[in-house]
Design a protein around this ligand. Sequence first.
Ligand code: DGY
Length: 312
Amino acid sequence: MKPILYVARPLPGGALAPLEALFEVRTGDGPLRAGAVPDAARGATTLVVTYLDRVDAALLGAFPALRHLASYGVGVNHIDLAECRRRNILVTNTPGILTDATADHAMALLLAAARRIAEGDRVIRAGGWTSSAPGWMLGTEVTRKTLGIVGFGRIGQAVARRAAGFEMKVLYTGPREVPFPGARRLPLEALLAESDFVSLHVPLTPDTEHLLSAERIARMKPGAILVNTARGPVVDDAALAGALGSGRLAAAGLDVFPREPAVPEAYLALPNVVLTPHLGSGTRETRAAMARMVLEEVARVARGEPARHPVA
Ligand code: DGY
């Protein structure tokens, strides 16, 4: 009898056939949740999950034979890592390959928020473009402005490289100096006070939950624009919606939310928020590369080789 591999969702661009030599391969098409484990998943020794699946202690309890949890994506905040360690389950992810797609998306949101792209599109579709005036629908200039990057890892640095094309001055926060030409490391409060644009690139951990608290949002420069392609809970949504509603912040571009796919009501009513449904890594090329990487890792571990992307 072969061990059971359960792949929780279809992964475009990922070939499951080569894994059939190693596993009994079973697939699902929906969320994996404690209390709603599909029959096909029972008995799995290897699970492929996505950030949409909440892998908590209760879910892990339903998989007593589990040895390898392979997560499609880089963020691991949806996984109870301590419980995995306790149960001796190897956790792997797919780092590196979604850096460029996510940085592109952050820049797309930054530009869309600054230049009112989504709002302009809505105005035209609603028949609202009946005349123009020099002062109508003005946005915020991007070129040569200051961009504060909160979290200067792979994705943060990729955003900085893109910002260089707009001659932006780059500030960043992070635990250590990064030798990045022209970029200056600052404490978070100072960065918020100086930046015209702030883009978030920290993982979600207990330390970064509500990192952008009401107090810190209040320290942001008046008229600043916030971009979040990291994780929803990094921001205090009520405080951000308040600052956007009052006009103290000019706009925001948000790709991530605390309880996806739900989006906080307050944002839906604000014309100066550009919303996308967690599309940071959502290009055909990147999603296929993620699928290949996660499935190669599954095969590697099943052959008894060391994992290439274990999560510490
Ligand atoms: C990740 O990999 O963490 C992304 O958010 C998924 O697109």
